[in-house]
Write a protein that binds this ligand. Structure first.
Ligand code: ADP
Ligand code: MG
Length: 399
């Protein structure tokens, strides 16, 4: 399906105000609201939790379930365009919004990203042009699927087909017996078994596409995870060859084009020990590994999302400074053995050269909860890395 090129742009206006809508009230919605408001839009958020990071920033918060028909219709009536910050919004809700407003990305695109099997099938199709395949994998819908498994998939990772994130809904399995036990522990959820690959590096490509088919990519981001959660993003990636960067960016552009996607899309890739490039998964929204764009690029991923959904010209994706982003998890509020949370020494973090602090307004720090991030920008990567190291010392994060 192709969008007619004659669709009008939905630029900001003050009177009457132009509203953009977001499904989901997390930090991605909050940072989207900040960017869209800076451009002159008003922002409405639909989210069931009344106290949420995006709700504090939005001009209007609709506290309702993602499937609440009346709330969806109200959002669609208020907003010239609606996006999502959360990929598990029911596709039917996006489809309902689309009958009354412009929705980007579309329900069809989001539903591919919601289903790991569908996503990998789609990536395999794209590989005919890009040469970048997903990891070897198979669907595990029942115990019988484990019986006939090829030994080649072990050691492997069992992942739920739906609703996994930050390493949740995953189990590492070395044998069919372990796969059976892990599958039973998923309480009947459909899974895929994926071969465990030997990763040299993890990278992501942030891409954006407009309704007119124009697209752009940001520089390659190199990502380090800890316990399944993004720990740092470094751009440019110090270990990434130009050839890997070009190949991953070309694969991302093929994926976004074939999806007929509108908006910001992030695609994760693995670089293997043997140099092979493998596509892992995609997020149909701005992404944690793209937070560095706020401070280090001409156009942030959130401003870019506003432009794409409002059918405005895409912004410049150029990076003006080397950058390192450090995720701030709730852990840094707790010293070992200490029960009561303590506010970290933000004054000391902000004293470091090139520090940009972003906190998400969450008043309950919990271990492994994403509370904010800090991006260090500097004239050289070495200086940015020095600030990162100093910040880890201040925050008590082991390096
Ligand atoms: P999530 O939705 O939780 O981000 P991912 O598929 O990205 O799920 O997996 C989380 C992390 O687990 C990855 O960033 C990577 O470090 C590791 N991982 C996932 N799949 C594989 C694989 N096939 N081989 C090796 N490591 C993997
Ligand atoms: Mg991932």
């Amino acid at each position: 399906m192709s969008h007619p090129p004659s669709l009008p742009a939905l630029g900001p206006s003050a009177a009457p105000p132009t509203w953009l809508g977001v499904m989901g009230g997390g930090q991605l919605g909050r940072m989207f609201a900040h960017a869209a408001q800076a451009m002159g839009y008003k922002v409405a958020v639909l989210e069931p939790a009344p106290d949420c990071p995006a709700g504090h920033a939005a001009d209007h918060l609709l506290s309702a379930a993602y499937t609440d028909g009346a709330a969806l219709d109200e959002l669609a009536a208020q907003c010239v365009a609606v996006t999502t910050e959360f990929e598990n919004v029911p596709a039917q809700s996006l489809a309902r919004l689309a009958s009354r407003s412009f929705v980007a990305p579309s329900a069809a695109c989001v539903s591919v990203a919601q289903d790991r099997m569908e996503e990998k099938r789609f990536f395999t199709e794209c590989a005919a042009a890009s040469g970048v395949l997903p990891a070897p994998h198979t669907l595990i819908g029942s115990d019988a699927d484990i019986d006939g498994l090829s030994q080649d998939l072990f050691p492997g990772i069992l992942k739920t087909v739906r609703l996994g994130y930050d390493g949740k809904g995953q189990a590492r399995v070395n044998t069919p017996d372990q796969a059976r036990a892990a599958f039973a522990a998923m309480n009947g959820a459909q899974c895929i078994l994926e071969k465990m690959l030997r990763l040299a590096h993890e990278i992501s490509v942030l891409a954006v596409r407009g309704v007119d088919g124009q697209s752009a990519v940001y520089p390659i981001a190199q990502n380090e995870h800890r316990d399944g959660i993004l720990f740092t993003t470094t751009v440019p990636g110090p270990d990434i060859t130009e050839e890997h960067a070009r190949k991953a960016q070309a694969a991302a552009l093929e994926i976004i084009r074939r999806l007929d996607y509108v908006g910001v899309l992030c695609i994760e890739f693995f670089v293997l020990d043997d140099g092979q490039l493998v596509v892992n998964e995609m997020a149909p929204r701005p992404h944690n590994s793209g937070h560095y764009t706020i401070d280090a690029c001409v156009t942030s991923q959130f401003a870019q999302q506003a432009r794409a959904m409002a059918r405005l010209p895409l912004g410049d994706t150029r990076q003006h400074s080397p950058a390192v982003m450090l995720n701030v998890l709730g852990d840094v509020w707790f010293k070992a053995g200490d029960e009561a949370p303590r506010e970290p020494a933000w004054d000391k973090v902000l004293a470091l050269p090139g520090a940009n602090l972003h906190l998400y307004g969450k008043d309950q720090p919990r271990r492994a909860r994403k509370m904010g991030h800090v991006t260090f920008v500097a004239a050289t990567m070495q200086e940015a890395q020095e600030s990162l190291r100093a910040a880890c010392d201040v925050l008590g994060i082991a390096r």
